[in-house]
Write a protein that binds this ligand. Structure first.
Ligand code: SAH
Length: 254
């Protein structure tokens, strides 16, 4: 058995099963052949979000391309946390960072939400998807988060699915004396009260939510306001903090 190169792990769309064979070309072929300088006979790990993870051997290589033959399964597809991550997109570099962190921290869906103070008007979805795939390959998860097209906050709230709660990270804290709880307490209390256990995390833009938006979000029957402490965090910091806390209290870090 040739040396397995465990740190090369690629997300592919192809079905993965014993003896399956297919071509890897394009940027992934370039990565294998030109960046990682792989040779015929070497082995990589492949996953597709459906069939678990499989080892595959490079059989016929060419310039920037390789025919692979699937060998054996390394890991069964197993359920991963179902956590949606909604955020007001920020500038390019931070946006790449936020998608990468949301993927590493187990978000199942990444959904840019346009709010009054969102300071970007377009989001390159293909770029976000590429970031999510790369982060999924690196962190070892068996799925790549779905990237949804940006939607206005009002519309998101209007069309909100009735089986999912919204963890509203509210930097303004309690509204009109309404108390606001730390995440762990709020999550448990809301699940008991509603009987729901599917969640989404909502993070605002650098400029924060407007008072009207804050009121609109709090009015939503499935929103749960939480504090991320006494300091005002940058949106990307808040994202990492909220995602980590959720995984700790309600996700797969338990
Ligand atoms: N510019 C605003 C803060 C926006 S921070 C201001 O100075 O008041 C960006 C987003 O991160 C906020 O909309 C909120 O969703 C989240 N956030 C930041 N700090 C937070 C905190 N201490 N508690 C809860 N959410 C917070």
């Amino acid at each position: 058995m040739s040396s397995a190169n465990p740190n090369i792990r690629l997300f592919v769309e192809n079905d993965l099963s014993e003896e399956a064979g297919f071509l890897i070309d394009g940027h992934q072929g370039h990565y294998l052949m030109n960046v990682m300088r792989m040779k015929e006979g070497e082995v990589v790990a492949l996953f597709n979000g459906r069939d678990g993870e499989w080892m595959a051997r490079l059989e016929k290589t060419g310039k920037g391309r390789a025919e692979v033959r699937v060998l054996g399964q390394i890991e069964e597809q197993s359920p991963e946390p179902d956590l949606w991550y909604l955020f007001a997109p920020v500038k390019r570099a931070r946006l790449d960072y936020m998608v990468e962190k949301a993927t590493e921290l187990g978000a199942s869906l990444i959904w840019p939400v346009m709010t009054r103070r969102t300071n970007v008007d377009r989001v390159k979805e293909e770029r976000l998807r590429a970031n999510a795939i790369e982060a999924a390959e690196q962190c070892g998860r068996l799925t790549v988060p779905e990237i949804r097209s940006p939607v206005k906050l009002e519309r998101v709230l209007l069309d909100w699915p009735e089986d999912r709660l919204i963890l509203f990270c509210d930097e303004a804290g309690g509204e009109g004396g309404q108390d606001i709880a730390p995440l762990g307490i709020a999550v448990k209390a809301a699940e008991e009260k509603t009987g729901l256990d599917k969640w989404a995390i909502l993070i605002g833009p650098e400029g924060g939510f407007t008072p009207e938006e804050r009121h609109m979000i709090r009015q939503h029957p499935q929103s749960v306001a939480v504090t991320l402490g006494p300091r005002i965090l940058r949106a990307d910091t808040a994202a990492v903090a909220a995602l980590a806390l959720w995984q700790c209290y309600a996700g797969d870090w338990q």
